[in-house]
Design a protein around this ligand. Structure first.
Ligand code: ADP
Length: 493
């Protein structure tokens, strides 16, 4: 051994202290000399290692490849080779090594031995494997999302924060040609055949769903019609969400478009049906009520007949009020709620409405309090605001519970009027609060207690208030009561 590096202590020192595993390997594969790094890597001391050949330390799966190269080198076909292979550690686990082998020849050119350098790449290999697994997973996710993106029947669009169309699926590509038959420039806000929910008013740039989303808005159920020809227009409901980076910065927006033409047409038909049926029924009912009125005035009729006629009359009156509710709903659906505004004293209107409900309140043992200034002047549709009051008051009594109390508040603010109707009754469950203004909605508790109703009253309230550009809100706690608050804006004041 000494003869090999005779006189070359520096070389020996370098080999011993190299952080890379180094070994002198005989032509039969025996390890003639190993450094510390090789011992550490394979878990043997130097003496045990030098009693072994590399064949014994190589993982069976990589042995053939190594032997083939080794034999080629011994045969003089190659002078060096490099191989990534597995070694077996003394405790049995696998160590990955990046092996470089160089053949050392004697003066006469005959092969003497090999110098092997082995870099332990186990950690790197683990890391690579984990990276590969993660990459495969990301790719799988990507492919899955891609398939879903293209397969769904909902139109999907991704826009950048400056409004560029970045990606869209097949469904959205198809509908783009309806909106923009002359082509789309790939930028949010381009004007096309896009109409508001009424199907008549063209959308401006600021109203286009993609433009609104680029401005940072998030919304759901934004309904509009698309297409040049009114009879074949398609209705969509759009939702938008912002896409944000890790630091919360806005990267763009994602939009989803669902086609709802059938639903919209069915709703139109329903509105037309409700409107025409209630209209048709009103005329004969008016005649019935007229004749009933005349009949009740016949003094020669026996009192029990008069009493029965009064029952018929009461029910016919209920029918008339029901029909007028239905007519109202039909008109709103057809976008025909026209207001007849006049200057009205709301304080007097509130006092009248409260007076009219007093008998039914007293029947339930309920007190009705009013907190209002002497006069509150506003330019509103008197009949319709009276209907708002009547509906809120009758609900407060109906759902207020016997023995409770109802409070009506009226306030004139600097730029709005506030009208409040509170009761101390059953209240409304939180998950129902957002639905109570919907058409034909009836609360679970009301149904359970068999309290009669149609689910139209609050819908009418909200449509009348909306026609006045106002808002109606509800605060309620189950078992404690409800407060409905109507705000009428400045223009009504
Ligand atoms: P209706 O009273 O005919 O059912 P409304 O549209 O007036 O229809 O009310 C819708 C639903 O809202 C009611 O069925 C009831 O569940 C609930 N609701 C309305 N007002 C009140 C109230 N003051 N207290 C509790 N629940 C109420």
């Amino acid at each position: 051994m000494d003869g090999v590096f005779d006189g070359d202590d520096l070389w020996r020192l370098t080999l011993q202290h190299s952080p890379i595993g180094m070994a002198l390997v005989g032509l039969d594969g025996a390890l003639l000399m190993v450094n510390r790094a090789t011992c550490d890597m394979l878990g043997y001391d130097a003496e045990s290692l030098t009693q072994r050949g590399f064949q014994e330390l190589t993982h069976a799966a990589d042995l053939d490849a190594d032997l083939e190269l080794f034999d080629q080198a011994v045969a003089g076909e190659i002078d060096s080779y490099r191989l990534r292979k597995r070694y077996l550690h003394a405790d049995g686990h696998v160590v990955w090594g990046d092996l470089s082998v160089a053949l050392v020849r004697g003066q006469d050119g005959s092969p003497l031995h090999f110098i092997s350098q082995i870099l332990d790449v186990t950690e790197q290999r683990d890391h690579e494997q984990r990276l590969e697994a993660a990459r495969a997973e990301v790719e799988y996710e990507h492919q899955t999302l891609e398939a879903i993106f293209e397969a769904v029947s909902v139109g999907l669009l991704l826009v950048s924060s400056d409004g560029r169309y970045e990606r869209m699926n097949r469904r959205h590509r198809e509908t783009l040609s309806l909106e923009f038959p002359d082509g789309h420039n790939g930028q949010a806000g381009q004007l096309g055949h896009v109409y508001f929910q009424d199907g008549k008013t063209l959308m401006s740039k600021e109203d286009m769903p993609s433009y609104r989303a680029v401005q940072g808005e998030e919304f759901d159920d934004y309904t509009y019609w698309v297409g040049n020809e009114p009879r074949t227009r398609t209705a969509f409901s759009a939702s938008a969400r912002q896409v944000r980076g890790p630091a919360g910065e806005r990267l763009g927006a994602a939009l989803a478009y669902q086609e709802i033409t059938d639903l919209m047409r069915a709703m139109q038909v329903q509105d037309e049906f409700v409107s025409s049926v209630s209209h048709e029924l009103r005329t004969p009912l008016t005649s019935v009520l007229g004749y009933l009125e005349m009949l009740c005035e016949h003094e020669e009729l026996p009192p029990d007949v008069i009493a029965q006629l009064r029952v018929v009359q009461r029910n016919a009156l209920r029918l008339r009020s029901l029909l007028s509710d239905l007519l109202h709903v039909g008109q709103v659906g057809e976008d025909r709620l026209k207001l007849q505004r006049t200057r009205v004293d709301l304080a007097a209107l509130v006092a009248d409405a409260v007076e009219a409900t007093r008998p039914s309140a007293e029947k339930c043992g309920m007190a009705v309090e009013v907190a209002a200034p002497d006069h509150v002047s506003a330019v509103v549709d008197e009949q319709r605001i009276r209907q708002v009051l009547d509906n809120l008051l009758s609900n407060a009594i109906k759902y207020g519970g016997a023995g409770g109390s109802v409070t009506v508040g009226l306030r004139q603010g600097a730029d709005a009027i506030e009208l409040e109707v509170s009761d101390t009754g059953m209240g409304i469950a939180q998950d129902e609060v957002e639905h109570v203004f919907g058409r034909f909605f009836r609360g679970g508790e009301a149904l359970e207690q068999l309290i009669p109703g149609t689910g139209l009253g609050l819908n009418i309230v909200s449509s009348i208030v909306a026609a006045h550009d106002g808002a109606v809100t509800l605060e309620s706690e189950v078992g404690r009561g409800s407060t409905f608050r109507v705000t009428l804006p400045h223009q009504s004041v």
